[in-house]
Design a protein around this ligand. Sequence first.
Ligand code: C2E
Ligand code: CA
Ligand code: CA
Length: 397
Amino acid sequence: MPRLLIIDDDPGVAHIIGLIAEGQGFQVDITDEHTAFFKRLAEHQPSHIAIDLMMPELDGVEILRMLGDMKCRAEIIITSGMGKRVLDAALRAGRERGLKVRGILPKPFLPANLRALLQANGALDEASGRFRRPMPEIDRPMLLAAIAGKQLRMVFQPKVTPQMRVCGFEALMRWHHPEYGELPPAHFITVAERLGVIEELTLYALRASLDWLSRQRCDDSVSMSVNLSVKDIESVGLADAIAETCREVNLSPLRVTLELTETAAMTNPADALDVLARLRMKGFSLSIDDFGTGYSSMSQLARMPFSEIKIDRAFVGSALDSKESRTIVRAIVELAHNLELKAVAEGVENEATCSWLRDLGCDVIQGYYISRPLEADAASAWLRSPVLPTLPGAGLA
Ligand code: C2E
Ligand code: CA
Ligand code: CA
Protein backbone atom coordinates (compact mmCIF):
# COMPACT_ATOMS: atom_id res chain seq x y z
CA MET A 1 0.00 0.00 0.00
CA PRO A 2 1.41 3.45 -0.87
CA ARG A 3 2.12 5.65 2.12
CA LEU A 4 1.82 9.44 2.29
CA LEU A 5 3.51 11.58 4.92
CA ILE A 6 2.05 15.09 5.20
CA ILE A 7 3.72 18.06 6.89
CA ASP A 8 1.44 21.09 7.17
CA ASP A 9 0.81 23.50 10.03
CA ASP A 10 -2.84 23.96 9.07
CA PRO A 11 -4.63 20.94 10.58
CA GLY A 12 -7.76 21.49 8.46
CA VAL A 13 -5.86 21.40 5.17
CA ALA A 14 -3.74 18.45 6.30
CA HIS A 15 -6.90 16.56 7.25
CA ILE A 16 -8.52 17.11 3.84
CA ILE A 17 -5.33 16.12 1.98
CA GLY A 18 -5.23 13.01 4.17
CA LEU A 19 -8.87 12.09 3.52
CA ILE A 20 -8.46 12.45 -0.22
CA ALA A 21 -5.27 10.37 -0.19
CA GLU A 22 -6.95 7.64 1.86
CA GLY A 23 -9.72 7.62 -0.72
CA GLN A 24 -6.99 6.94 -3.32
CA GLY A 25 -5.74 3.93 -1.36
CA PHE A 26 -2.94 5.59 0.61
CA GLN A 27 -1.99 5.03 4.20
CA VAL A 28 -1.65 8.51 5.67
CA ASP A 29 0.51 10.04 8.39
CA ILE A 30 0.22 13.73 9.36
CA THR A 31 2.53 16.02 11.30
CA ASP A 32 2.84 19.77 11.75
CA GLU A 33 6.40 19.84 12.97
CA HIS A 34 9.75 19.03 11.35
CA THR A 35 11.37 16.93 14.10
CA ALA A 36 8.40 14.55 14.06
CA PHE A 37 8.46 14.70 10.24
CA PHE A 38 12.05 13.44 9.94
CA LYS A 39 11.49 10.82 12.62
CA ARG A 40 8.47 9.39 10.78
CA LEU A 41 10.26 9.64 7.47
CA ALA A 42 13.02 7.39 8.82
CA GLU A 43 10.60 4.98 10.52
CA HIS A 44 7.96 4.56 7.82
CA GLN A 45 9.81 5.22 4.54
CA PRO A 46 6.75 6.82 2.87
CA SER A 47 6.35 6.44 -0.89
CA HIS A 48 4.91 9.98 -1.09
CA ILE A 49 5.41 13.22 0.84
CA ALA A 50 3.27 16.39 0.84
CA ILE A 51 5.14 19.46 2.10
CA ASP A 52 3.64 22.82 2.97
CA LEU A 53 6.13 25.54 2.04
CA MET A 54 5.06 27.90 4.79
CA MET A 55 5.92 26.39 8.13
CA PRO A 56 6.60 28.46 11.23
CA GLU A 57 9.94 26.99 12.35
CA LEU A 58 11.69 25.21 9.55
CA ASP A 59 10.11 26.17 6.23
CA GLY A 60 9.37 23.85 3.33
CA VAL A 61 12.31 25.07 1.23
CA GLU A 62 14.68 24.13 4.02
CA ILE A 63 13.00 20.76 4.41
CA LEU A 64 13.42 20.15 0.66
CA ARG A 65 17.13 20.98 0.97
CA MET A 66 17.52 18.46 3.78
CA LEU A 67 15.60 15.82 1.83
CA GLY A 68 17.96 16.46 -1.09
CA ASP A 69 20.98 15.94 1.18
CA MET A 70 19.43 12.70 2.42
CA LYS A 71 18.88 11.56 -1.19
CA CYS A 72 15.21 10.98 -0.41
CA ARG A 73 13.49 8.86 -3.12
CA ALA A 74 9.86 9.57 -2.18
CA GLU A 75 7.49 11.25 -4.63
CA ILE A 76 7.06 14.81 -3.40
CA ILE A 77 4.08 17.17 -3.70
CA ILE A 78 4.67 20.79 -2.69
CA THR A 79 1.68 22.72 -1.34
CA SER A 80 1.31 26.39 -0.48
CA GLY A 81 -1.07 29.30 -0.37
CA MET A 82 1.71 31.62 -1.53
CA GLY A 83 0.92 31.69 -5.20
CA LYS A 84 2.04 29.75 -8.20
CA ARG A 85 5.32 31.57 -8.83
CA VAL A 86 6.71 30.71 -5.44
CA LEU A 87 5.58 27.13 -5.90
CA ASP A 88 7.15 26.90 -9.35
CA ALA A 89 10.44 28.17 -7.92
CA ALA A 90 10.31 25.59 -5.12
CA LEU A 91 9.54 22.86 -7.66
CA ARG A 92 12.61 23.75 -9.72
CA ALA A 93 14.81 24.03 -6.64
CA GLY A 94 13.65 20.62 -5.45
CA ARG A 95 14.28 18.97 -8.81
CA GLU A 96 17.72 20.55 -9.06
CA ARG A 97 18.55 18.85 -5.79
CA GLY A 98 17.68 15.53 -7.44
CA LEU A 99 14.34 15.09 -5.68
CA LYS A 100 11.38 13.44 -7.36
CA VAL A 101 9.03 16.39 -7.13
CA ARG A 102 5.76 15.17 -8.67
CA GLY A 103 4.17 18.58 -8.77
CA ILE A 104 2.75 21.55 -6.95
CA LEU A 105 -0.62 22.12 -5.37
CA PRO A 106 -1.57 25.78 -4.96
CA LYS A 107 -4.07 26.27 -2.12
CA PRO A 108 -7.03 26.39 -2.22
CA PHE A 109 -6.73 23.24 -4.31
CA LEU A 110 -9.11 21.13 -6.35
CA PRO A 111 -9.48 17.58 -5.04
CA ALA A 112 -9.21 16.36 -8.64
CA ASN A 113 -5.77 17.99 -8.93
CA LEU A 114 -4.54 16.34 -5.76
CA ARG A 115 -5.98 13.00 -6.89
CA ALA A 116 -4.20 13.45 -10.22
CA LEU A 117 -0.87 14.15 -8.50
CA LEU A 118 -1.25 11.12 -6.27
CA GLN A 119 -1.88 9.00 -9.35
CA ALA A 120 0.76 10.65 -11.45
CA ASN A 121 3.37 7.93 -11.10
CA GLY A 122 1.01 5.19 -12.07
CA ALA A 123 -2.73 4.85 -12.11
CA LEU A 124 -4.24 3.02 -9.19
CA ASP A 125 -6.00 -0.06 -10.40
CA GLU A 126 -9.51 0.03 -8.94
CA ALA A 127 -9.91 -3.72 -8.81
CA SER A 128 -6.60 -4.69 -7.21
CA GLY A 129 -5.78 -1.43 -5.42
CA ARG A 130 -2.27 -1.70 -6.88
CA PHE A 131 -0.41 0.72 -9.07
CA ARG A 132 -0.23 -0.05 -12.77
CA ARG A 133 2.49 0.97 -15.13
CA PRO A 134 3.59 4.62 -15.20
CA MET A 135 1.40 7.19 -16.84
CA PRO A 136 2.54 8.80 -20.08
CA GLU A 137 3.25 12.51 -20.48
CA ILE A 138 0.15 13.87 -22.19
CA ASP A 139 0.67 16.57 -24.80
CA ARG A 140 -1.59 18.59 -27.07
CA PRO A 141 -1.30 16.39 -30.19
CA MET A 142 -2.15 13.33 -28.09
CA LEU A 143 -5.30 15.01 -26.73
CA LEU A 144 -6.36 16.26 -30.15
CA ALA A 145 -5.82 12.79 -31.57
CA ALA A 146 -8.01 11.37 -28.80
CA ILE A 147 -10.85 13.72 -29.72
CA ALA A 148 -10.50 13.15 -33.45
CA GLY A 149 -9.82 9.43 -33.22
CA LYS A 150 -12.80 8.37 -31.12
CA GLN A 151 -10.64 7.35 -28.18
CA LEU A 152 -12.95 9.20 -25.79
CA ARG A 153 -16.27 8.00 -24.47
CA MET A 154 -18.65 8.88 -21.66
CA VAL A 155 -19.75 6.54 -18.88
CA PHE A 156 -22.80 7.24 -16.73
CA GLN A 157 -23.13 6.84 -12.98
CA PRO A 158 -26.68 6.57 -11.61
CA LYS A 159 -28.03 8.96 -8.97
CA VAL A 160 -31.01 8.02 -6.81
CA THR A 161 -33.14 9.49 -4.04
CA PRO A 162 -32.81 7.86 -0.59
CA GLN A 163 -36.14 6.14 -1.43
CA MET A 164 -34.27 4.50 -4.33
CA ARG A 165 -36.03 6.33 -7.13
CA VAL A 166 -33.73 6.95 -10.11
CA CYS A 167 -33.26 10.69 -10.58
CA GLY A 168 -30.36 10.99 -13.00
CA PHE A 169 -26.81 10.22 -14.04
CA GLU A 170 -23.44 11.89 -13.85
CA ALA A 171 -21.49 11.76 -17.10
CA LEU A 172 -17.80 10.92 -16.61
CA MET A 173 -15.22 10.91 -19.35
CA ARG A 174 -13.05 7.93 -20.25
CA TRP A 175 -10.03 7.82 -22.54
CA HIS A 176 -8.84 4.55 -23.98
CA HIS A 177 -5.39 5.18 -25.42
CA PRO A 178 -4.32 2.67 -28.09
CA GLU A 179 -0.93 2.21 -26.41
CA TYR A 180 -1.39 3.10 -22.73
CA GLY A 181 -4.90 1.79 -22.15
CA GLU A 182 -7.38 3.55 -19.87
CA LEU A 183 -6.15 6.92 -18.61
CA PRO A 184 -7.81 8.42 -15.52
CA PRO A 185 -9.76 11.67 -16.07
CA ALA A 186 -8.41 13.34 -12.92
CA HIS A 187 -5.07 13.36 -14.73
CA PHE A 188 -5.93 14.17 -18.35
CA ILE A 189 -8.60 16.81 -17.54
CA THR A 190 -6.03 18.82 -15.59
CA VAL A 191 -3.57 18.53 -18.48
CA ALA A 192 -6.27 19.53 -21.00
CA GLU A 193 -7.00 22.64 -18.93
CA ARG A 194 -3.34 23.58 -18.92
CA LEU A 195 -2.90 22.95 -22.65
CA GLY A 196 -6.03 24.90 -23.62
CA VAL A 197 -7.94 21.92 -25.03
CA ILE A 198 -10.60 21.65 -22.34
CA GLU A 199 -13.30 23.41 -24.34
CA GLU A 200 -13.21 20.66 -26.99
CA LEU A 201 -13.42 18.00 -24.28
CA THR A 202 -16.36 19.73 -22.60
CA LEU A 203 -18.27 20.05 -25.86
CA TYR A 204 -17.63 16.39 -26.56
CA ALA A 205 -18.86 15.44 -23.06
CA LEU A 206 -22.02 17.52 -23.43
CA ARG A 207 -22.85 16.25 -26.87
CA ALA A 208 -22.28 12.57 -26.11
CA SER A 209 -24.10 12.55 -22.78
CA LEU A 210 -27.11 14.67 -23.76
CA ASP A 211 -27.49 12.66 -26.93
CA TRP A 212 -27.46 9.44 -24.90
CA LEU A 213 -30.13 10.72 -22.49
CA SER A 214 -32.33 11.99 -25.32
CA ARG A 215 -32.40 8.45 -26.75
CA GLN A 216 -33.55 6.78 -23.51
CA ARG A 217 -37.19 6.05 -22.90
CA CYS A 218 -37.60 7.26 -19.39
CA ASP A 219 -39.38 9.71 -17.18
CA ASP A 220 -38.64 13.41 -17.77
CA SER A 221 -37.48 13.65 -14.16
CA VAL A 222 -34.31 11.70 -15.06
CA SER A 223 -31.56 14.25 -15.64
CA MET A 224 -27.93 14.32 -16.78
CA SER A 225 -25.12 16.01 -14.86
CA VAL A 226 -22.09 17.11 -16.86
CA ASN A 227 -18.83 18.41 -15.37
CA LEU A 228 -17.53 21.82 -16.38
CA SER A 229 -13.99 23.04 -15.83
CA VAL A 230 -12.97 26.41 -14.44
CA LYS A 231 -11.74 27.34 -17.93
CA ASP A 232 -15.18 26.66 -19.41
CA ILE A 233 -16.91 29.31 -17.36
CA GLU A 234 -14.39 31.88 -18.51
CA SER A 235 -15.86 31.49 -21.98
CA VAL A 236 -18.75 33.86 -22.73
CA GLY A 237 -20.11 31.63 -25.51
CA LEU A 238 -20.55 28.64 -23.20
CA ALA A 239 -24.22 29.17 -22.28
CA ASP A 240 -25.23 29.44 -25.94
CA ALA A 241 -23.14 26.44 -26.96
CA ILE A 242 -24.77 24.25 -24.32
CA ALA A 243 -28.25 25.48 -25.22
CA GLU A 244 -27.49 24.74 -28.88
CA THR A 245 -26.42 21.18 -28.01
CA CYS A 246 -29.74 20.68 -26.20
CA ARG A 247 -31.65 21.87 -29.26
CA GLU A 248 -29.67 19.59 -31.55
CA VAL A 249 -30.49 16.48 -29.54
CA ASN A 250 -33.97 17.72 -28.63
CA LEU A 251 -33.52 17.65 -24.86
CA SER A 252 -34.94 20.21 -22.45
CA PRO A 253 -32.36 22.24 -20.47
CA LEU A 254 -34.52 21.41 -17.44
CA ARG A 255 -33.06 17.91 -17.66
CA VAL A 256 -29.44 19.09 -17.58
CA THR A 257 -27.31 19.89 -14.54
CA LEU A 258 -23.88 21.46 -14.91
CA GLU A 259 -21.37 20.64 -12.18
CA LEU A 260 -18.74 23.16 -11.26
CA THR A 261 -16.24 22.84 -8.43
CA GLU A 262 -16.39 25.20 -5.52
CA THR A 263 -12.90 26.52 -6.26
CA ALA A 264 -13.74 27.10 -9.94
CA ALA A 265 -16.82 29.14 -9.09
CA MET A 266 -14.89 31.28 -6.65
CA THR A 267 -11.73 31.86 -8.70
CA ASN A 268 -13.30 34.81 -10.45
CA PRO A 269 -16.71 35.26 -8.80
CA ALA A 270 -17.85 38.31 -10.77
CA ASP A 271 -17.30 36.65 -14.18
CA ALA A 272 -18.59 33.31 -12.95
CA LEU A 273 -21.76 35.00 -11.72
CA ASP A 274 -22.50 36.33 -15.24
CA VAL A 275 -22.07 32.98 -16.96
CA LEU A 276 -23.90 31.06 -14.24
CA ALA A 277 -26.82 33.49 -14.24
CA ARG A 278 -27.17 33.09 -18.02
CA LEU A 279 -27.15 29.30 -17.70
CA ARG A 280 -29.84 29.41 -15.02
CA MET A 281 -31.95 31.76 -17.15
CA LYS A 282 -31.85 29.20 -19.94
CA GLY A 283 -33.24 26.57 -17.58
CA PHE A 284 -30.11 24.58 -16.66
CA SER A 285 -29.51 23.48 -13.08
CA LEU A 286 -26.15 24.19 -11.47
CA SER A 287 -24.34 22.04 -8.99
CA ILE A 288 -21.43 23.03 -6.80
CA ASP A 289 -19.08 20.03 -6.88
CA ASP A 290 -16.52 18.77 -4.35
CA PHE A 291 -18.06 21.01 -1.73
CA GLY A 292 -16.23 21.40 1.56
CA THR A 293 -12.69 21.20 0.19
CA GLY A 294 -12.37 24.81 -0.98
CA TYR A 295 -12.37 28.04 0.88
CA SER A 296 -15.35 29.90 -0.50
CA SER A 297 -16.97 32.66 1.45
CA MET A 298 -20.45 31.68 2.52
CA SER A 299 -21.96 35.03 1.56
CA GLN A 300 -20.50 34.84 -1.97
CA LEU A 301 -21.72 31.30 -2.30
CA ALA A 302 -25.22 32.19 -1.19
CA ARG A 303 -25.42 34.80 -3.95
CA MET A 304 -24.44 32.34 -6.70
CA PRO A 305 -27.40 30.81 -8.55
CA PHE A 306 -26.71 27.18 -7.65
CA SER A 307 -29.44 24.54 -7.44
CA GLU A 308 -27.56 21.86 -5.51
CA ILE A 309 -24.50 21.23 -3.38
CA LYS A 310 -22.48 18.08 -3.92
CA ILE A 311 -20.60 16.99 -0.83
CA ASP A 312 -17.06 15.84 -1.65
CA ARG A 313 -16.55 12.10 -1.52
CA ALA A 314 -13.61 12.52 0.84
CA PHE A 315 -16.09 13.42 3.62
CA VAL A 316 -18.82 10.98 2.59
CA GLY A 317 -16.36 8.12 2.21
CA SER A 318 -14.94 8.62 5.69
CA ALA A 319 -18.22 9.44 7.46
CA LEU A 320 -18.52 6.09 9.21
CA ASP A 321 -15.04 6.27 10.73
CA SER A 322 -14.61 9.97 11.37
CA LYS A 323 -16.70 12.11 13.69
CA GLU A 324 -15.18 15.17 12.05
CA SER A 325 -16.36 14.05 8.60
CA ARG A 326 -19.85 13.33 9.95
CA THR A 327 -20.01 16.83 11.41
CA ILE A 328 -18.95 18.34 8.08
CA VAL A 329 -21.49 16.31 6.08
CA ARG A 330 -24.29 17.17 8.51
CA ALA A 331 -23.40 20.88 8.36
CA ILE A 332 -23.34 20.89 4.54
CA VAL A 333 -26.75 19.18 4.29
CA GLU A 334 -28.16 21.77 6.67
CA LEU A 335 -26.49 24.64 4.80
CA ALA A 336 -27.90 23.38 1.50
CA HIS A 337 -31.41 23.17 2.88
CA ASN A 338 -31.21 26.60 4.50
CA LEU A 339 -30.21 28.02 1.11
CA GLU A 340 -33.04 26.01 -0.49
CA LEU A 341 -30.61 23.87 -2.43
CA LYS A 342 -30.60 20.10 -2.86
CA ALA A 343 -27.92 18.20 -0.96
CA VAL A 344 -26.22 15.47 -3.02
CA ALA A 345 -23.79 12.94 -1.53
CA GLU A 346 -21.24 11.24 -3.78
CA GLY A 347 -18.87 8.42 -2.94
CA VAL A 348 -21.51 6.41 -1.04
CA GLU A 349 -19.96 2.97 -0.86
CA ASN A 350 -22.06 1.02 1.64
CA GLU A 351 -25.47 0.55 3.16
CA ALA A 352 -24.60 2.11 6.52
CA THR A 353 -23.49 5.39 4.92
CA CYS A 354 -26.54 5.36 2.67
CA SER A 355 -29.05 4.95 5.52
CA TRP A 356 -27.22 7.52 7.62
CA LEU A 357 -27.48 10.03 4.75
CA ARG A 358 -31.14 9.24 4.26
CA ASP A 359 -31.81 9.90 7.95
CA LEU A 360 -29.91 13.19 7.68
CA GLY A 361 -32.32 14.29 4.94
CA CYS A 362 -29.79 14.19 2.10
CA ASP A 363 -31.73 14.47 -1.18
CA VAL A 364 -29.64 12.51 -3.68
CA ILE A 365 -27.23 9.56 -3.33
CA GLN A 366 -24.48 8.59 -5.76
CA GLY A 367 -21.72 6.04 -5.32
CA TYR A 368 -20.50 2.49 -5.83
CA TYR A 369 -23.16 1.23 -3.38
CA ILE A 370 -25.83 2.25 -5.92
CA SER A 371 -23.76 1.56 -9.02
CA ARG A 372 -20.33 2.11 -10.52
CA PRO A 373 -20.19 4.35 -13.60
CA LEU A 374 -21.66 2.30 -16.48
CA GLU A 375 -20.78 2.12 -20.17
CA ALA A 376 -23.54 3.61 -22.39
CA ASP A 377 -25.19 0.27 -23.26
CA ALA A 378 -25.05 -0.99 -19.71
CA ALA A 379 -26.50 2.30 -18.46
CA SER A 380 -29.42 1.99 -20.91
CA ALA A 381 -30.09 -1.54 -19.69
CA TRP A 382 -29.82 -0.44 -16.06
CA LEU A 383 -32.29 2.37 -16.69
CA ARG A 384 -34.80 -0.03 -18.21
CA SER A 385 -34.66 -2.26 -15.13
CA PRO A 386 -32.59 -0.70 -12.35
CA VAL A 387 -30.97 -3.09 -9.91
CA LEU A 388 -31.15 -1.23 -6.63
CA PRO A 389 -30.38 -2.11 -3.04
CA THR A 390 -33.25 -2.14 -0.54
CA LEU A 391 -32.50 -0.11 2.53
CA PRO A 392 -34.00 -1.02 5.87
CA GLY A 393 -37.07 1.16 6.25
CA ALA A 394 -36.58 2.78 2.83
CA GLY A 395 -39.62 4.58 1.60
CA LEU A 396 -40.72 5.54 5.11
CA ALA A 397 -38.37 8.50 5.51
P1 C2E B 1 -15.97 14.17 -9.85
O1 C2E B 1 -16.71 15.14 -10.69
O2 C2E B 1 -15.95 14.42 -8.38
O3 C2E B 1 -16.58 12.75 -10.19
C1 C2E B 1 -16.84 11.74 -9.25
C2 C2E B 1 -15.72 10.73 -9.24
O4 C2E B 1 -15.94 9.85 -8.14
C3 C2E B 1 -15.65 9.84 -10.48
O5 C2E B 1 -14.28 9.56 -10.72
C4 C2E B 1 -16.37 8.58 -10.01
O6 C2E B 1 -16.02 7.42 -10.74
C5 C2E B 1 -15.91 8.52 -8.59
N1 C2E B 1 -16.82 7.77 -7.73
C6 C2E B 1 -18.15 7.63 -7.87
N2 C2E B 1 -18.67 6.89 -6.87
C7 C2E B 1 -17.64 6.59 -6.07
C8 C2E B 1 -17.54 5.83 -4.84
O7 C2E B 1 -18.50 5.32 -4.29
N3 C2E B 1 -16.29 5.74 -4.29
C9 C2E B 1 -15.19 6.31 -4.87
N4 C2E B 1 -14.01 6.16 -4.27
N5 C2E B 1 -15.25 7.03 -6.02
C10 C2E B 1 -16.47 7.15 -6.60
P2 C2E B 1 -13.64 9.66 -12.17
O8 C2E B 1 -14.61 9.17 -13.20
O9 C2E B 1 -12.30 9.01 -12.10
O10 C2E B 1 -13.48 11.21 -12.37
C11 C2E B 1 -12.57 11.94 -11.62
C12 C2E B 1 -12.71 13.43 -11.84
O11 C2E B 1 -12.36 13.79 -13.17
C13 C2E B 1 -14.14 13.93 -11.67
O12 C2E B 1 -14.43 14.07 -10.31
C14 C2E B 1 -14.06 15.25 -12.41
O13 C2E B 1 -13.43 16.22 -11.62
C15 C2E B 1 -13.14 14.90 -13.56
N6 C2E B 1 -13.95 14.55 -14.75
C16 C2E B 1 -14.45 13.35 -15.16
N7 C2E B 1 -15.12 13.48 -16.32
C17 C2E B 1 -15.08 14.79 -16.66
C18 C2E B 1 -15.59 15.56 -17.75
O14 C2E B 1 -16.27 15.07 -18.68
N8 C2E B 1 -15.31 16.92 -17.75
C19 C2E B 1 -14.59 17.50 -16.73
N9 C2E B 1 -14.37 18.84 -16.79
N10 C2E B 1 -14.12 16.82 -15.69
C20 C2E B 1 -14.35 15.47 -15.65
CA1 CA C 1 -18.69 15.96 -10.66
CA1 CA D 1 -17.18 15.60 -6.99
